[in-house]
Design a protein around this ligand. Structure first.
Ligand SMILES: [Zn+2]
Length: 282
């Protein structure tokens, strides 16, 4: 692996030679540095380009490091705050014996919903589901989650091992977020679809790492579940971005024109995602 020096640090990067004219540097979420360059560019020139960007690369790596630290330091204990739709809410953790018997919901069959004439009814049902207790089986343990009056209520038994409990709660929350992501994103997609007469075939939620959304040639729109951690205005930008791909498949000026018509400050939203995207995780 080629390396570059920064102060007393030696930093490795992956070099990919491609048919292209310029040198591109990408920092992956894993903190891997990917340098893409023209097929025949000399190693000396590549080194110089990479070294000229060293301070930018280092600041990106530090950002990743600090987000990672923050995520690791989460304990998922009673009283901790967790993010949902751009706001922080308190996590309340209780034993199952404290459960008051409010309606439960069995869960969605999968993380994908068809778009059709009954979408409005679907949304109404989903809204109800979103506030009901959802039960997950994680590693053989029954864990309940309910987002209720601005708090996350978690029901779990077996308190002995803190790390074990933390892992179960985190996994259950992850499942809850994915479902909440689909419900919220489906609703927002339906809203803009109705307003601007842009009809996708299907909406799904995926665990994509770096892609916030995508629109297939068969008009299926996929979103990253992590968008449910961002403010709704950011979610809306991604929704409109993907819906606009139903009209323009590329990122041409016409495409951006359409996005901007619907979301006038789309550039700011895009910049927000670039700056804060990595922290949208649990
Ligand atoms: Zn796009």
């Amino acid at each position: 692996m080629p390396i570059f020096k920064y102060g007393n640090r030696q930093i490795e990067y992956t070099l990919l030679r491609r048919k292209r004219k310029t040198v591109g540097i990408k920092i992956m979420d894993s903190a891997e540095i990917q340098v893409t360059c023209p097929t025949r560019l000399s190693n000396d020139v590549i080194s110089r380009v990479v070294e000229s960007k060293a301070s930018w690369i280092i600041s990106k790596l530090e950002q990743i490091e600090s987000v990672k630290k923050e995520l690791i330091s989460k304990t998922y204990e009673d009283g901790e705050k967790i993010t949902y739709l751009g706001n922080n809410y308190i996590l309340r953790i209780a034993e199952w014996s404290k459960y008051d018997g409010q309606p439960k919901h069995i869960g969605l069959r999968n993380l994908s919903l068809k778009f059709d004439n009954s979408s409005e009814d679907t949304i109404e049902k989903l809204r109800v589901i979103l506030n009901q207790l959802k039960i997950f089986m994680i590693e053989g343990q029954r864990i309940g989650i309910r987002f209720f009056s601005n708090e996350f209520h978690i029901y779990i038994n077996g308190w002995k091992d803190r790390d074990y409990k933390k892992r179960l709660i985190k996994q259950a929350l992850l499942n809850w977020y994915k479902e909440a992501a689909l419900i919220n994103l489906f609703e927002r997609t339906y809203e803009f679809s109705r307003r601007y007469n842009l009809k996708p075939a299907k909406v799904s939620v995926k665990s994509q790492k770096t892609i916030w959304g995508s629109c297939s040639s068969t008009n299926n729109i996929s979103y990253s579940w992590k968008l449910v951690l961002a403010p709704i205005s950011i979610m809306d930008y991604v929704v409109v971005h993907e819906l606009s791909h139903l009209v323009y498949r590329d990122h041409s000026a016409n495409f951006w024109g359409l996005v901007e018509q619907i979301i006038p400050d789309c550039k700011e939203k895009r910049a927000w995602l670039k700056a804060n995207g990595r922290s949208l995780d649990i």
